[in-house]
Ligand binder design. Structure first.
Ligand SMILES: Cc1cc2nc3c(=O)[nH]c(=O)nc-3n(C[C@H](O)[C@H](O)[C@H](O)COP(=O)(O)OP(=O)(O)OC[C@H]3O[C@@H](n4cnc5c(N)ncnc54)[C@H](O)[C@@H]3O)c2cc1C
Length: 386
């Protein structure tokens, strides 16, 4: 899709696609079969990403990143979406929220993360607080000049490899007309902090090798210097820096859907039944037509929302629409691709059953489809004062 993209945009997309095809695809079967990424492969992907100049490409050049705009970064994520998430994790894109680092935090967290010397993870979700983040019970309370943290986070991606985690915790409560409302703060927590444990999480059907972990805080003492942003300003820091990163899921779904579509198209053009290519049967060819139309629609929606951010426009609704549509589109595309492959589509000789499993989580993480619909409809109704 060329519409609206400059030669430079196209070059970025082509470079990352080539990288994924040559450096990620060859290791995918191993990761699928073993459920792990060998340390030497992880290190090699990180080094080659650095050599390419793409490590932390989502960060401004002023802090050592590649300084890509939102549209260029969406293209990077789109092409990475073709590959295994367990492996592309090492094509490091630290959390943008690290731009909220101040003072000594810049040299302890921000710069090492951008260089690739230290890896981060981000923890909001708890067993009792998923969509309803404000319902969190993981708490940091004042004790002397420090904070003492207690509670549990779960489903935390990348924490296995993280040197530090950005953790959201309740730091107080306000009485409001609608009842008590928690105040939230963000903390930078080093992996080896006493009272902090990272342990194995659950086994997920989606994205084998990209593990989710459980974090436990047991009287974990954190000095004030570990607060990211303002005390009680967790939502402000989240809204400022995590807002744009929600495009990531949408654009990765588009990249993966194109890879799946190409497999379905090739199969329809080569598999013969009843003496002709199955792509000649309208029952198959119309499925292909619907698939590519939906992929293009998701692609435009996603890139358009990134473009709005680059133009300084509000994109809350557009990003939610992109995430909702692209993740649901991927589910339909992977399902149809399996149908076109018949029985072979379900066998793990082909990667289709993997893409089908992987697609399932996209409608859940980073805000479920229902939460995206809530955001979209709220924006529409609010504009009318409802
Ligand atoms: C593999 C994996 C990795 C993850 N990685 C991370 C991570 O790195 N860091 C992190 O912080 N979190 C992470 N998450 C958490 C993820 O963001 C949450 O799973 C997600 O926000 C949904 O929360 P929940 O699973 O608790 O579901 P719940 O919030 O309990 O939702 C259950 C159902 O109720 C629906 N529902 C809830 N509220 C509403 C409403 N208001 N209106 C309509 N329907 C509603 C939901 O849509 C859903 O269908 C990860 C999750 C998974 C599965």
């Amino acid at each position: 899709m060329q519409f609206g993209l400059t030669d430079e945009h196209q070059m970025i997309a082509d470079t990352v696609r080539r990288f994924v095809e040559t450096e990620i695809y060859p290791h995918e079967t191993l990761v699928e079969r073993t459920g792990n990424v060998p340390a030497e492969i992880a290190a090699e992907i990180r080094r080659k990403t650095q050599d390419l100049g793409f490590y932390a490409c989502n960060f401004p050049a002023s802090v050592g990143g590649a300084g890509l705009d939102h549209l260029s970064f969406a293209l990077v994520e789109r092409e990475l979406g073709r590959g295994s998430m367990a492996l592309t994790h090492f094509f490091g894109r630290p959390q943008n929220i690290l731009m909220a680092c101040t003072g000594e935090q810049i040299d302890r967290y921000l710069r090492p993360a951008v260089r690739g010397d230290r890896m981060d993870a981000l923890a909001m979700t708890e067993p009792g607080a998923g969509s309803d983040i404000r319902g969190m019970t993981c708490t940091a309370r004042r004790d002397g000049g420090d904070w003492v943290a207690n509670g549990t986070k779960h489903f935390i991606s990348g924490a296995e490899h993280a040197d530090f985690v950005i953790v959201f915790m309740a730091t107080g409560e306000d009485a409001t007309d609608k009842g008590p409302k928690k105040r939230i703060s963000a903390f930078l927590v080093d992996r080896d902090t006493p009272g902090f444990t990272i342990r194995d999480g659950y086994r997920s059907v989606s994205h084998r090798g990209y593990h989710n972990m459980i974090l436990e805080f047991d009287d974990c003492r954190l000095p004030d210097a570990q607060v990211l942003g303002e005390v009680d300003g967790g939502f402000a820091v989240m809204n400022t820096w995590l807002y744009a990163t929600r495009i990531t899921v949408a654009t990765m779904c588009v990249g993966r859907a194109r890879r799946v579509f190409d497999l379905a198209l090739d199969y329809a053009a080569s598999r013969e039944q009843f003496g002709q290519k199955i792509g000649k049967f309208q029952g198959v060819s119309f499925q292909l037509a619907d698939m590519v139309t939906e992929i293009d629609a998701a692609d435009y929606l996603t890139l358009a929302s990134a473009d709005r951010l680059d133009r300084g426009l509000n994109a809350n609704r557009e990003i939610a629409s992109a995430k909702l549509y692209a993740s649901e589109m991927l589910a339909r595309v992977t399902d149809r691709a399996i149908q076109i492959h018949g029985g072979m589509g379900l066998m793990d000789d082909l990667p289709l059953e993997r893409f089908w499993r992987d697609a399932r989580v996209e409608r859940i993480w980073d805000g479920t489809s229902e939460i995206q619909r809530h955001i979209i409809s709220r924006e529409l109704l609010r504009a009318l004062g409802a």
